[in-house]
Ligand binder design. Structure first.
Ligand code: GLN
Length: 505
């Protein structure tokens, strides 16, 4: 598949360039991605459903418009995959749950609408942990996804499908959702780039709700520049989302291109001291510190920043998140959409109970129970209200930190990708997100990019957090670091992934 190989290993921006020049058509790209998916997806299992027929229709329309000399958006003709937590009109959307099996949404999420306005062919819906609850994509009700760097390992979660699709060249771009790290931790495990925008910069309309005060849609890509282009395409005010931020025009591509020049003088970088030590592997810390040194070699002022409450984020999250989950999951009642299980002599409540018993997997049930508990009278003040107060403290801590620093950095995840089946107890699984959760609690933008490989040849993720609405700054710093890492490693990390279409890999 040499022709296809050449095409699918292009970045999104190179694809866009090649189409502009007339060297490549969108149809050729979608064909190459189809060929790749046929060879690779049986191994990674990134996709839950594909929609290549409609992708070809979009590709042809874009090619035709280009042939007529029409002015097209930058990403026109560049394909994308969509996490199955985001609704797509006319394409089955399940959130990887049996309870939504067969549900075909009658509308598009705002972000999906924007993808379509940009002329991007949608290739597939990607796998995830059921209702985005998990860190390994082993909790999907349908099948697990595997990590292209080592097929015995997990791609992270919950957005393991989007991350694996992008890193295995099944798609140049994907959308994800991030409630506690589900874009960034899978990016870290798969050597790709994942970005969680400021809460409110990308509309949540049509993102299936997990924990609404934390959820955010964001871009998954192989390069920072590609992630920036996708961010610019999907961000912006949306009256359909009451938490959407007005008047904040996205300019991430410009920032990423600026960053590529490698000048970070004047940028104050805080290294979160607490995100190290117990649980953080030596390889991850070594890779992270190499990245921090690269930032200072480009002129940034890098200093340690003690942030005592940073690691408490996870405790707050596991009270507030299940509370919101328990409320959001209550809409799956067998009445309105999705699965309905009718026991003999069904009443409304026995039907609901039987539907939920069959429709929800164990992790979702665990979180509904946890959430119902922390919201119950007696626990509400002690747990839920207390956690909200500590959340406010954490937000204030970030505000203070951003008076002295422009960005804060730490490893994205304490370890590199672990083996499928290796992490059995839920609490160990939850700890994967210890460094990603604080950005969700404070609504901050944060990006993960690969900074090197560990002893086993697995990618290490580096996280950059910025103040609210400073998404562009996170892109700029990430882009500078990506260039420096690429120079140190004889080329980009993403390009070192095994080519899974070759037999034996
Ligand atoms: N892994 C985290 C969890 O299980 C985050 C999930 C997410 O961001 N959707 O809750």
């Amino acid at each position: 598949m040499s022709g296809a190989e050449e095409i699918v290993t292009l970045t999104a921006s190179q694809m866009a360039e090649a189409m502009k020049k007339g060297d490549l058509s969108s149809r050729q790209i979608v064909e190459a991605e189809l060929e790749t998916a046929k060879a690779v997806d049986p191994k990674t299992q990134s996709y839950l459903a594909t929609c290549f027929n409609s992708a070809f229709m979009v590709a042809d329309a874009v090619d035709e418009a280009r042939a007529l000399g029409q002015q097209l958006p930058d990403l026109a003709g560049v394909p994308i995959a969509i996490k199955d937590m985001i609704v797509t009109k006319g394409v089955e959307t399940t959130a990887a749950s049996k309870i939504l099996k067969g549900w075909v949404p009658p509308y598009d999420a705002t972000a999906v609408g924007k993808v379509k306005e940009n002329g991007m062919p949608i290739l597939a819906k990607t796998n995830l942990d059921e209702f985005a609850q998990g860190s390994s994509t082993e909790n999907s009700a349908f099948h697990p996804t595997f990590n292209p760097w080592d097929l015995e390992r997990v791609p992270g979660g919950s957005g393991g499908g989007s991350a694996a699709a992008v890193s295995s060249f099944e798609s140049p771009l994907a959308l994800g959702t991030d409630t506690g790290g589900s874009i960034r931790q899978p990016a870290s495990f798969t050597g790709s780039v994942g970005m969680k925008p400021t809460y409110g910069r990308v509309s949540r309309f049509g993102a299936i709700s997990m924990a609404s005060s934390l959820d955010q849609i964001g871009p998954c890509a192989r390069t920072v520049e590609d992630a920036a282009m996708l961010f610019d395409a999907i961000a912006g005010y949306d009256p359909k989302d009451s938490t959407s931020i007005p008047g904040c025009e996205p300019a991430a591509l410009k920032a990423a291109l600026e960053g590529k020049r490698g000048d970070l003088s004047g940028i104050r970088v805080g290294v979160i001291s607490e995100a190290s030590g117990e649980g953080f592997s030596k390889d991850v810390m070594d890779g992270f510190l190499r990245g921090a040194n690269l930032l200072s070699s480009m002129g940034a002022k890098v200093e340690e920043k003690s942030f005592p409450n940073f690691l408490h984020g996870i405790q707050i999250y596991y009270i507030l998140m299940p509370a919101e989950v328990s409320s959001n999951m209550s809409r799956y009642d067998g009445m309105r959409y999705g699965l309905r299980v009718m026991p003999p002599d069904a009443t409304a409540s026995s039907m609901m109970a039987a539907t939920r018993e069959e429709g929800f997997g164990p992790e979702v049930k665990r979180r509904i129970m946890l959430g119902t508990y922390v919201l119950s009278s007696g626990q509400y003040e002690k747990m839920y209200v207390a956690a909200q107060k500590v959340r406010t403290v954490l937000i204030e801590d970030f505000k203070k930190a951003f008076q002295s620093f422009d960005v804060l950095i730490c490893p994205t995840s304490p370890t590199t990708a672990f083996k499928a089946g290796e992490v059995e107890d839920p609490v160990t699984m939850y700890k994967n997100d210890i460094a990603t959760i604080p950005a969700n609690l404070a609504g901050l933008p944060a990006i993960s990019l690969p900074v090197g490989l560990d002893d086993l040849g697995l990618p290490i993720g580096f996280q950059i957090m910025a103040d609210r609405k400073k998404d562009e700054l996170a892109f700029k710093v990430a882009s500078a670091l990506e260039e420096a890492v690429s120079r140190e490693n004889d080329g980009p990390i993403w390009n070192k992934v095994p080519r899974l279409w070759k037999s034996g890999e």
